[in-house]
Design a protein around this ligand. Sequence first.
Ligand SMILES: Cc1cc2nc3c(=O)[nH]c(=O)nc-3n(C[C@H](O)[C@H](O)[C@H](O)COP(=O)(O)OP(=O)(O)OC[C@H]3O[C@@H](n4cnc5c(N)ncnc54)[C@H](O)[C@@H]3O)c2cc1C
Length: 397
Amino acid sequence: MTDANIGKMIVAGAGPVGLTLALMLRRAGIDVTVVEKRATVNLQSKASTFHASTIDLLETCDVLDSMLAKGTRVDSVQYRAPDGVVLAQLDFDLLKDRVRNPFRMHYEQGELTTLMRDLFVKEGGDLRFNAGVSGGEQDDAGVTVTTEDGQTIRAGALFGCDGAQSFVREAVRIGYVEKPYPGMVLRLYAQTDMRQIFPGLGGIAYLHLRDETCSLLEMPDCWRIVVRVPAGVSETEAMTDEWVVDRLRNLLSIEKLMPSVSGRDVYSARSRRAFAASAGRVYLAGDALHLTNTKGGMNLNAGLHDAFAYSLAAVESFACGDTAPLDRAAWERERVARCILLPRTSENAGTGSERVKRIASITTSPEGAREFLAKQAMLDMLGGVSPELVGTGAVHV
Ligand SMILES: Cc1cc2nc3c(=O)[nH]c(=O)nc-3n(C[C@H](O)[C@H](O)[C@H](O)COP(=O)(O)OP(=O)(O)OC[C@H]3O[C@@H](n4cnc5c(N)ncnc54)[C@H](O)[C@@H]3O)c2cc1C
């Protein structure tokens, strides 16, 4: 449907997904307003893993140098037994023919949000805090949004990047299906250099012992140690030294580790997907569209892929005055979430020695290792988006 109004767009939510989308729209010459419920951006420590597929896309926004300056570059992933034996080590360099940046990066989500906010504002973007979407309506020609601070904004499209509890998703009555993952997850922040305990440790390593798994992530200022809290253990109990020591006794050298633990938190995870990514001129992205567990660090990465897909499609829609490209992008992002992201992350959440044996056997050949790494780097979740298309206005789906 032809509509002159498509030239103005609204992004609900100044999280990492909303701000990345807004920056890309702004740079494409589209008039965009971001409305955010909070008084500032959220700096809570959440995502820390950025995969090669996403790094290549972010590079097109000229943010890679800033990210590398504050992040940790990780060149391989290891699977280890707790006694230190390396069961499998896979070097991201195997992906060098498929990506520009064959590595993984550990970098705080809040840093990316801040970076994107600063760029958007510096480049003249319209960002309004204390302005949560509180109502709205749409017709054939556009969307009218009202915000908690009493503003009314009219645009050709609204992007709901307003997180897991998305008001926008609820307002357009898009339902979802969800399933909690059993138990919870405990994160410890340790100042001990884990390479003192495990010489030659990769920047990301998974320790496996029978049904126990523990992930070790090297961050710029600490090592993050992530363990599962089984169902039946309360959050209060999981936060105690006694529980942590007991849980980790078989996996880590506790004597060296515990005194250096400077922080810890516990969270639960659920898988959720919206039944559709669009309703009329309203499009969902990021946590508003999909949620999953944190093993393998994929949900924000997929949200950033959503943002790039919509930014490319919006340029096409803008050029032809038609929402069809955006509608196609929404269809594709919902398909990727349902058919790839959620099944892959459920599989990643699997624990135990059997899983490691399987990984070790499929990665004995370079081809097997390359395919495994390509999937862990989410190269098959881009849904037709590629760094080469960013800025060209080319049709992508
Ligand atoms: C402990 C933890 C670790 C994680 N680790 C990883 C990882 O390593 N890799 C990975 O890929 N993912 C990871 N994730 C997932 C990742 O944090 C989320 O996917 C990410 O925050 C999604 O970004 P978003 O912009 O979609 O939503 P959010 O970050 O939730 O941002 C949504 C924004 O919308 C605003 N908002 C809410 N309601 C309204 C409204 N009505 N109007 C306007 N604005 C509104 C909110 O205030 C917020 O600023 C992790 C999550 C957790 C909890």
